[in-house]
Design a protein around this ligand. Sequence first.
Ligand SMILES: Cc1cc2nc3c(=O)[nH]c(=O)nc-3n(C[C@H](O)[C@H](O)[C@H](O)COP(=O)(O)O)c2cc1C
Length: 192
Amino acid sequence: MSKISLPPTNDYCPQTLFLYGTYDDEGKPDFGLFCWFSYIWDGDYGVMACIGGEKLTRDNIHKRKVFSANLVTEEMLPLADFLGNTPGRSPEKAALSFDTEEGRVLPVPVLKACPVTFELEVKQFVPLHDGEVMLCTIRNVLRDETLGTDGSGSPEKLAAIAPVRTTCNRYFGWDGRDLGAWGEPMKRLTNV
Ligand SMILES: Cc1cc2nc3c(=O)[nH]c(=O)nc-3n(C[C@H](O)[C@H](O)[C@H](O)COP(=O)(O)O)c2cc1C
């Protein structure tokens, strides 16, 4: 195989999407969209998450050291796309309302419409030049009980959950279907 060299890119790293839920100084829930997220192992499962630049989510996590990570599904995509393209301090984001509930173990906002949510506690902040990596303990995993009460995972359950993946500035379904460019699904939202 003959190869070409490329500059650094994330075009060849399909990623899973999560909405991070935090509370601001007034106790109002804020959600931002994030893909720099993966598992780590340190005797038990943990999570590493990278946030780049200044944003409300980052400030809130710094103050409280906890957040929820809500897996983005195809059904949630228009809302998730909006929350990823609208800064937390903008009036547009503050005006949008959707159903949330409190985490079971940590004081974090959880999206009611999300079938899989991690309740995360930051154990270590690793500051970088512009961004920051957070190493987190998974304090709880919430999963839609209509998918079964035995707690096991399966290909069928994942297909039913239909998580969204992203690369090349586009969204893709679990089965690989192209779900549109960043900024497109949010146009289907009717309540903004
Ligand atoms: C598809 C997608 C993925 C994103 N992933 C990240 C990410 O991993 N890290 C990051 O810092 N920002 C990421 N963003 C940008 C944030 O979602 C965006 O800055 C958002 O406004 C943050 O919300 P907040 O201002 O309420 O904190 C992503 C945006 C999109 C559309």
